[in-house]
Design a protein around this ligand. Structure first.
Ligand SMILES: *Cc1c(COP(=O)(O)O)cnc(C)c1O
Length: 333
């Protein structure tokens, strides 16, 4: 089956599995796993931060990131459609007593700084304390412009806010802008990275930040049940992904661009394509039949009010050619 629902569906290939099989391990809660230590050191080096922490999931990485920035009764300013507002079961509020202040993102995925300024609460007993701005990069495939990040970072210094970037897909931004990770990460205090999306590892995320910050995060990771033991088996997949699967993300973007053009050419209402994501609009009566039609032909897509097609390392050009061919046949029925 070819699966275009998300880049989370990527599976570890033979070479990655071999790296996992031969990983040197130890007890990471004691700090003794050399492979985890190597992965954390590599994430710190790539991001230009002092330290990094390996966590099981991106959701936990974001939760630990927020818990390490904010106290009970603080608030974070965040996008209305951001993962760490909408898609993490309210974890910051439930487990951290951290109040979200959601605002609408602009069309380019940024949070307009004049709107951010307007929701920062004055120091007054009525209000929660505004202490953090949380951005997402990429946001639904959109790369935040570097000039915006630079302004946002300066803005947060002026307003005594910390700046967190949910960079689940930050390497898609890196290859799209053709810059280093450090060139983006210099404009934040903390950054999360998912290894289990386009980078193709089965499990794992990283949180990057200062030495002190990561020390606090390590305690929160333990408290939230994310301290793993011989996690080097998993970290080895992450190291492999850093070495082999970053530059190739460009192929995913090229494939998504190609797919958007081909679908347009056969009359599909393509709304936009950004990095590895293509968004199309289907007529209501098409959503279920198209999904089933594709499924019968070995292609999994999720269709609905928004239909999103995501390219990744387990989808090659040939598979996309088949998708377009079947789509055209479907439209001719
Ligand atoms: C996938 C994702 C996460 C984390 O997801 P997990 O499934 O918990 O690893 C966080 N933020 C964004 C923007 C994501 O797309």
């Amino acid at each position: 089956m070819v699966d275009l629902r998300s880049d989370t569906v990527t599976r570890p290939g033979a070479a990655m599995l071999a790296a996992m099989m031969s990983a040197e391990t130890g007890d990471d809660v004691y700090g003794d796993d050399p492979t985890v230590n190597a992965l954390e050191a590599e994430a710190a080096r790539l991001s230009g931060k002092q330290a990094a922490l390996f966590l099981p999931t991106g959701t936990q990485a974001n939760l630990v990131a927020l818990l390490s920035h904010c106290e009970r009764g603080d608030e974070y300013i965040v996008g209305q459609l951001a993962h760490n507002y909408k898609y993490e079961a309210g974890g910051a509020a439930v487990l951290g007593s951290i109040q979200p202040q959601p605002i609408l993102a602009a069309a380019d995925g940024s949070l307009p700084l004049d709107v951010v300024a307007s929701v920062i609460k004055p120091d007054d007993a009525h209000f929660a304390r505004s202490t953090l701005l949380s951005l997402e990069n990429t946001h639904n495939g959109k790369v935040l412009p570097l000039a915006y990040l630079k302004d946002a970072f300066a803005f947060t210094r002026e307003h005594q806010l910390a700046l967190h970037i949910d960079g689940a897909r930050i390497f898609n931004a890196v290859v799209e802008l053709d810059v280093t990770l450090e060139a983006i990460a210099r404009y934040c205090d903390s950054l999360t990275i998912c290894l289990s999306k386009g980078l193709g590892a089965p499990v794992g995320s990283l949180l990057c930040g200062s030495e002190d910050y990561i020390k606090r995060a390590r305690r929160w990771r333990k408290m939230t049940g994310g301290g793993m033991r011989q996690a080097g088996i998993l970290a080895a997949a992450g190291l492999y992904a850093f070495q082999h699967n970053i530059a190739r993300l460009k192929e995913d973007h090229d494939n998504a661009r190609w797919l958007a053009e081909q679908l347009k050419a056969i009359g599909v209402d393509v709304r936009r394509q950004d990095t590895n994501m293509v968004f199309v609009r289907l007529a209501d009566h098409q959503t279920e039949p198209l999904k089933q039609y594709m499924h019968q032909r070995g292609i999994i897509i999720s269709t609905g009010a928004v239909t999103r097609l995501v390219t990744h390392l387990d989808v090659d050009r040939h598979a996309l050619e088949e998708l377009v061919r079947h789509w055209q046949a479907f439209l001719a029925i």
